[in-house]
Design a protein around this ligand. Structure first.
Ligand code: PLP
Length: 417
């Protein structure tokens, strides 16, 4: 097919067709057909630069970190701390000690819930979430609620899936102690107004945690500009390794918070009577971390910045636009989530086929999409559906991928009438 004019790589200086060459997995097949990967919101594929960086660690630069007095350990420590500095610059955090390496966004949120929450929240205190949240920004707060007796408040969304900001402003009150809100909905792509969310909370002295899992792969994030108190994301959605993620926290909070887990590296001295804790970030990084994962994440950041995040965003928005228009021509297809500001995530239902059947037929065509509740069951309930089919576009997706999706959906219609 001819590329739509908006997708010509030249106007915004980004060539997705060339970038695809960096991803070996995109050359593989599924069911004997070329793989069309449309599930980057679940996990993005890895460029060769990341694969090589991880391989290099294990082949040439691997030892345990922070403790060794020998050259190899010092090299690995420098690479690990270098990755922390890359994340700091990526988020524009003021200081590298405000960057904690964790397993992923899930662990980052649980850390704040169990450390900040248990230390500073008590019965009757309130936390504000939104109807858009992933389960990993709901359940940790419910666990905290069961221990402390706090109250969870939920900001509703309108029929387009946009956050109702007036309702949010009304929910904020003298009992509110924390706001924990997604930056981008993984299920329907809505981008939330983080500046307003933070501003309104800070007017009442309430700190804000932002779940940035689905934002960092698509747009420039500046935690100083947002002025948020915590920001979490997972490496595997940012074209990096799985099992590594980041919790950014303002130093004033991290210093006041008690440790989350105890073990090696997070201590200054230990006796059976008493332990003195290490300084941040080490206070929150008990045990041997995912060393190669952190270094691989640093390589992913280098790779993305080499391509240009604004350029990636412009390309993905063009693909989203094309896909939205192309899928609107599929009979009986209803998009779920039509917010004015969206990341490149397209959720939909077909009136003739269950999302799981849609996913299975598409899989037979080599097209990988996600079906189900997307770990956002309350949001599905809001829209009165059990599940959606979701295509999510990464930097390597092209209009040809959208056409393959549309052809697969036509096949679904042939089968299910
Ligand atoms: N938050 C959002 C918005 C997500 O999309 C996800 C994963 O899909 C998570 C949190 C949890 O991420 P992880 O499983 O990497 O910890």
């Amino acid at each position: 097919m001819t590329k739509p004019a908006t997708l010509d790589p030249r106007p915004h200086g980004f060539d997705a067709w060339r970038a695809r060459e960096d991803f070996p997995i995109l050359k593989t097949e599924a069911h004997g057909k070329p793989l069309v990967y449309l599930d980057s919101a679940a996990s993005a594929q890895k460029p060769r630069a990341v694969i090589e960086a991880v391989r290099h660690v294990y082949e040439a630069e691997y030892a345990n970190i922070h403790r060794g007095v020998y050259e190899l350990s010092e090299k690995t420590t420098a690479a690990f701390e270098g990755a922390r500095e890359k994340v700091r610059a990526f988020l524009n955090a003021p200081e590298a000690r405000e960057i904690l390496f964790v397993r992923g966004a899930t662990e980052g949120i649980n850390l704040v819930a169990q450390s900040f929450g248990r230390a500073f929240l008590k019965e009757g205190d309130e936390i504000i979430l939104s109807a858009l949240e992933h389960h990993s920004n709901i359940v940790p707060w419910q666990l905290l609620r069961d221990i402390t007796g706090i109250v969870l408040r939920v900001v509703p969304v309108n029929n387009a899936g946009e956050l109702e900001i007036d309702a949010y402003a009304e929910l904020l009150n003298t009992r509110t102690r924390l706001v924990a809100m997604t930056h981008v909905s993984n299920a329907i792509g809505t981008v939330t107004p983080i500046h307003d969310i933070v501003r309104l909370a800070h007017e009442r002295g309430v700190p804000v945690l932002v779940d940035g899992c689905q934002a960092v792969p698509h747009q420039k994030v500046d935690v100083q500009d947002f002025d948020c108190d915590f920001y979490v994301f997972s490496g595997h959605k940012l074209y990096g390794p799985s099992g590594i993620g980041v919790l950014y926290g303002k130093a004033k909070h991290l210093e006041a918070m008690p440790p989350y887990q105890g073990g090696g590296d997070m201590i200054r001295s230990v006796t059976f009577e008493k332990t003195d804790y290490n300084v941040i970030p080490h206070k929150f990084e008990a045990g041997t971390p995912h060393i190669a994962g952190a270094i691989g994440l640093g390589a992913a950041i280098d790779y993305l910045e080499g391509l240009g995040i604004p350029e990636i965003m412009a390309h993905e928005q063009a693909v989203l636009h094309y896909a939205t228009e192309r899928l609107s021509r599929i009979r009986g297809l209803r998009p779920i989530g039509t917010a004015r500001e969206k990341a490149s995530i397209l959720s939909f239902v077909l009136d003739r086929a269950h999302p799981h059947d849609v996913g299975t037929v598409l899989d037979g065509e080599g097209v990988a999409i996600r079906t189900g509740h997307h770990c956002a069951q309350p949001l599905m309930e809001r829209f009165g559906i059990p599940a959606t089919a979701r295509a999510s576009f990464g930097l390597y997706n092209t209009p040809e991928d959208v056409d393959a999706l549309a052809a697969g959906l036509e096949k679904v219609l042939e089968i299910f009438g």
